[in-house]
Design a protein around this ligand. Structure first.
Ligand code: ATP
Ligand code: MG
Length: 478
């Protein structure tokens, strides 16, 4: 490290080689230290030398050397020479590396804080979503029941349509909430992101509206990543909706992909760019926070980007944002590259809306009164005979007393005392060919993967009558 000694009057008496190199000159002896170190003709106010003279103590100061872009730690200490004269030792240390570590630590700390916040909101959200789904099942179910009982030309149908539409919105909202909840596990497989994106373009185009142009710029080669396709699509949708909101007058949304090396690893990069309003500097730190929104009440929940953030994080990736006011915003999603290829399995879907009915006997098990009563009405309305039980134990007793009576058991997964999975095991022991449909409030992810294949079907709350009717018929007929 550079070292030199001065007398009380700032004259440099001795200096080491490192100091000569540091200031870039050999001629330092006899010069004033302020001339040499900062090219001034008098000491600065913050001069460590003066500080030490005044206090008699060591002085320690940090400087930023703009010219060379380095951080310096400057120390001065007072010593007494044998002849009684006071001398000052100056020591300069380059601490640029330490500074960069400090910066890294600060950024890790803020990432940790962010992660903790997400975690807290996640478990809260999971809890709320569960209860909310039960309530919603009641609302949707009864709206559908009421609709069925109305004459075709009833003016009340309009009101019911609005209830159903609002419930659908609430259902989407819950889906977002559940996405962060700890309860959702990801179901990943290696797949080509270009294909996945191409499949969702139609949906995105529809959401954007006429005034926005959608451009797709996929990489020439397939880009394989290990992702949960439903969650990945949700990420893109959330970004696209934000882009749309940022371009009320119209503009262009570009989705592009490429392979990129970052931090020494291979990544698959997905860019989502808009030509919208941009994000003001002061918001950029906060946009990924749950419930942070700049949109008017009732318009934004502030969940979109926090879902994006937590989904990407769970995929082992990260997200960056570049934004310029009135020019636009680009979100860059980096996901670990998984090189190899695998089969793409398209989801099957159907379009039919008629309600398959039946007269069979069904045992409905749920600890929630709302679900039992709504479920009973829906099932009876479809023609089935319904018996209800409040929990697994009660269901088991009812079933045991007459095992052949029920054509199907429809049961909730999470219940006090006995979970749906355990109930199924017990029922099977009594009657190996029992047909069992599981209802879950947290989505399919809640069912342990090794058990998923076991059940005849899994229905997610809040269920729609049409869906339930079809599933029941399929299972009973199978
Ligand atoms: N592409 C974008 N351009 C400009 N601002 C954006 C963009 N994306 C996000 N923002 C800003 O970030 C905020 C948070 O976004 P986020 O998606 O989390 O919530 P939201 O869109 O307000 O509500 P929600 O997505 O739940 O309906 C937005 O309110 C907006 O201010
Ligand atoms: Mg949003």
């Amino acid at each position: 490290d550079p070292l030199f000694i001065t007398d009380r009057e700032f004259n440099i008496l001795r200096a080491n080689r490192a100091f000569h190199e540091f200031v870039g000159t050999e001629e330092v002896i006899g010069k004033k230290c302020y001339e040499i170190t900062h090219g001034k003709n008098k000491p600065e106010n913050y001069c460590p030398h003066l500080d030490t003279l005044l206090t008699g103590e060591s002085s320690l100061q940090e400087f930023y050397d703009e010219e060379k872009n380095r951080f310096l730690l400057y120390t001065t200490s007072l010593i007494k020479h044998q002849n009684g004269k006071e001398l000052i030792i100056h020591h300069i240390k380059d601490i640029t590396f330490l500074k960069s570590l400090e910066k890294e630590r600060d950024s890790l700390l803020s990432q940790l804080l962010q992660a903790q916040k997400m975690e807290a909101v996640g478990s809260l959200a999971g809890g709320i979503a569960h209860d909310f789904n039960n309530i919603l099942t009641g609302i949707m179910g009864h709206a559908e029941l009421a609709e069925m009982k109305l004459p075709p030309d009833s003016p009340v149908r309009k009101n019911i349509a609005v209830i159903k539409e609002a419930s659908d919105k609430a259902k989407d909202f819950i889906k977002q909430l559940l996405l962060f909840g700890k309860k959702t596990q990801i179901e990943r497989k290696v797949q080509d992101l270009n294909t996945l994106l191409k499949d969702s373009l139609k949906l995105i185009k529809k959401m954007l509206g006429e005034h926005i142009t959608l451009e797709f710029e996929p990489s020439a080669e397939p880009l394989y990543a290990y992702v949960d396709s439903a969650q990945f699509t949700q990420v893109i949708i959330n970004l696209a909706v934000n882009a749309r909101d940022a371009m009320p007058e119209g503009g262009t949304l570009t989705i592009g992909t490429e392979r990129e090396a970052e931090k020494g690893k291979d990544f698959v990069l997905v860019r989502v760019s808009d030509t919208g309003s941009g994000i003001p500097e002061e918001y950029r730190q906060r946009i990924f926070e749950p419930f942070f929104t700049t949109k008017p009440e009732g318009k934004g929940t502030g969940l979109g980007l926090s879902v994006v953030y937590s989904v990407i994080e769970r995929h082992g990736g990260f997200i960056e944002v570049d934004s310029e006011i009135n020019r636009g915003t680009t979100f860059k999603i980096y996901l670990p590259d998984s090189g190899s290829s695998t089969v793409h399995i398209p989801d099957g879907s159907d379009g039919s809306e008629e309600l398959p009915c039946g007269e069979e006997s069904i045992l409905l098990v749920d600890d929630e009164e709302m679900i039992r009563s709504t479920g009973r009405m829906i099932l009876e309305n479809l023609g089935y005979q319904v018996t209800t039980a409040q929990n697994g134990r009660e269901a088991l007793e009812i079933f045991r007393s007459d095992p052949d009576r029920f054509d199907l058991v429809l049961s909730d997964l999470i219940m006090p005392e006995m979970r749906g999975t355990v109930l199924y095991r017990e029922l099977k022991r009594i009657r190996p060919d029992v047909k069992f449909v599981l209802i879950t409030g947290y989505g399919i992810h809640e069912v342990p993967p090794e058990l998923r294949g076991e059940f005849h079907a899994v229905v997610e709350k809040p269920f729609r009558t049409t869906e339930l009717a079809r599933v029941l018929r399929d299972v009973i007929d199978s």
